[in-house]
Design a protein around this ligand. Structure first.
Ligand code: FPP
Length: 267
């Protein structure tokens, strides 16, 4: 999109913080600082095996550990997983209960690993919609891992991207921001991801091509990667392939690459 009167903020090149890719100690290639994943395909994975949907979600939960390990090995610093959307409450009660139980199981089972591997757990979404016993367990796990300095693991539960924006705007109103104080930075800081960099890479497993109300604001410039693999099958090799694909992307953030600018100068 071209504009005659470019806003002052639109410099020739993207701001340095947006160019902050890391170098993988495994592949030596560029890797994203922040990866976000829509973990889709649990139900179909289970159906393929003649199992109930809950078995697919359980296998999907088991997969999270190896995914964390592989992204950590590559040096990724933030991993955001979409575990339960605001819309998922409309699923059959039995499935909703299974997913809530899995959150409990996941936190209980993984807490030691988080401690050992220096993972900091954060939860994004409406924790108040969870049973009180689970809210306490979640709060404890967040507290226990809060001083860890390795991977930041964001689990999105009862999360919606539009809702995230509405909540941020409401907070801005509570903070009594005037119309001119409502800037992109002011909204970003009030989102549930406030303080984290935006995702650089958004992966969706399960063969669908949708964002499904995930990180709508934050993913404005994320590279999108879709794979047919069902989430429980999405393993180390798939991660390596996704990251290699990311390493080949040219990220321009609406601007031009330094080499393109150089080419224009010397033309
Ligand atoms: C989409 O697959 C997946 C979900 C709605 C839930 C994702 C949840 C997990 C991986 C496990 C829970 C994680 C935690 C941390 C508790 P789908 O059921 O829509 O699959 P389908 O499209 O094949 O039916």
């Amino acid at each position: 999109m071209k504009s005659e009167t470019a806003p002052a903020a639109a410099a020739e090149q993207p701001p340095p913080e947006l160019l902050g890719d890391l170098i993988s100690p495994i592949s030596g290639g560029r890797v994203p600082r922040h990866v976000a994943i829509i973990m889709d395909g649990n139900g179909r994975w289970a159906a393929q095996r003649g199992l109930p949907r809950a078995a697919g979600h359980r296998a999907g939960t088991e997969n999270i550990r190896r995914v964390i390990e592989r992204f950590t090995d590559h040096g990724v610093q933030y991993l955001t997983l979409y575990a339960f959307s605001t819309e998922n409450w409309s699923r059959p009660e039995r499935e909703v209960r299974a997913l809530i139980r899995l959150l409990r199981y996941f936190i209980k089972r993984e807490l030691d690993n988080f401690r050992k591997n220096n993972v900091r757990l954060r939860m994004l979404g409406h924790m108040e919609t969870l049973p009180e016993w689970l809210q306490r367990q979640v709060a404890d796990a967040i507290e226990v891992t809060s001083s860890n300095t390795g991977l930041v693991l964001n689990i999105c539960f009862s999360y919606g991207g539009r809702d995230d924006i509405v909540m941020a705007v409401r907070q801005a109103a509570r903070d009594e921001l005037g119309p001119d104080d409502i800037t992109e930075e002011a909204i970003s800081a009030r989102l549930s991801t406030g303080g984290s960099p935006d995702p650089d890479l958004l992966i969706r497993t399960g063969g669908e091509f949708r964002i499904s109300n995930f990180l709508l604001w934050q993913a404005a410039y994320a590279e999108l990667y879709f794979t047919d693999a069902y989430w429980p099958d999405f393993g180390r090799e798939d991660i390596d392939i996704a990251l290699a694909d990311y390493g080949r992307r040219k990220r321009k953030f609406g601007g031009l690459l330094p080499e393109d600018i150089e080419a224009l100068r010397t033309r």
